[in-house]
Write a protein that binds this ligand. Sequence first.
Ligand SMILES: Nc1ncnc2c1ncn2[C@@H]1O[C@H](COP(=O)(O)OP(=O)(O)O)[C@@H](O)[C@H]1O
Ligand SMILES: [Mg+2]
Length: 325
Amino acid sequence: MRRREAVSSSAIEGTYASIDELFRLKADERSAAPSPDTREVRNYVVALDHGVKRLDELPICLRLMRELHERLMRGVTPAHGGRLAPGEFRQSQNWIGDPSSTVATARFVPPPPNEVMPALDELERYINDLAPPSLPRLVRVALVHYQFETIHPFADGNGRVGRLLIPLMLARIDAHRHPLLFMAPYFERHRDEYIDRMYNASLAGAWRPWLDFFLRGVIEEASDAIGRIRTLNEVLSEFRSRLKNVGAKANTLLMVDRLLEMPYFTIPAIQAAIRVSYPTAKWIAQMLVLVGIAKEVEGSRPRLFVASDIMSVLNRPFEPRSGPG
Ligand SMILES: Nc1ncnc2c1ncn2[C@@H]1O[C@H](COP(=O)(O)OP(=O)(O)O)[C@@H](O)[C@H]1O
Ligand SMILES: [Mg+2]
């Protein structure tokens, strides 16, 4: 789910990689030299994981925003020869519009640099002030996202840092450690509407349409996540019964539990994941292939395996649902 989010959030900004590429890279750094786009999307996963870890130590604050930005932009070559300034808030005027626009013709001009810090300070206070009377939490998250994007505090990467903050805010509010609800796939499906509705909130104070749009996305993405998790659970229990039928040992079943995190794996990756010797790991890989859970990726050195049934669920396009359940 985190990788699905990274892929969508980056695609909104024109940076493309697939979930498969990200998992392959995780399984074996050396197998494929990642393209600059893949590296950038991987940074998104790194930033998200970092944010989750930091939630134990920090509130959602400006420092966290800078840390997310720093990880997102690390090692990235700026487009159009600009400056990325990883982890730094901007000190110059920026604007939003098509690439040929100037500050005078831009569609939207965020606040001047000297207003960025005061605006961010207020945003930080708003995020953490949960004293009643307060708006419903999801409404607050929608407003924070709009506000963050409107301040546009970084030279680049604002869309992605703003979207990273959504699952982190939700995870923090609900006191669950793992972010479960991601919005980027929804924003990607409705990219123009996403941007237009934020624009119209600034232009005409059209809050309701922005909130309606955001909350509709929460419903869609929550039910999408539930559907995917259900199917994944079914796939895994079917894997387990296949293995039990052939009398597989506990080690092999242990590996099934790890497949969601590592649907692509090498033999050394099995070794590391469940702490077994190389011969045992090799045996487990063969077993998984034998019962049709995994297959070897042709021509891969070192040998790479993939549990395609899991990848199909992760890659499955969004399916609108008619009703609850
Ligand atoms: N009119 C607008 N008002 C507020 N935010 C906007 C507007 N237009 C675009 N955005 C936000 O700006 C983001 C793009 O900013 P950018 O700094 O290039 O981020 P990234 O590099 O992650 O793309 C969009 O994804 C959207 O969230
Ligand atoms: Mg950009």
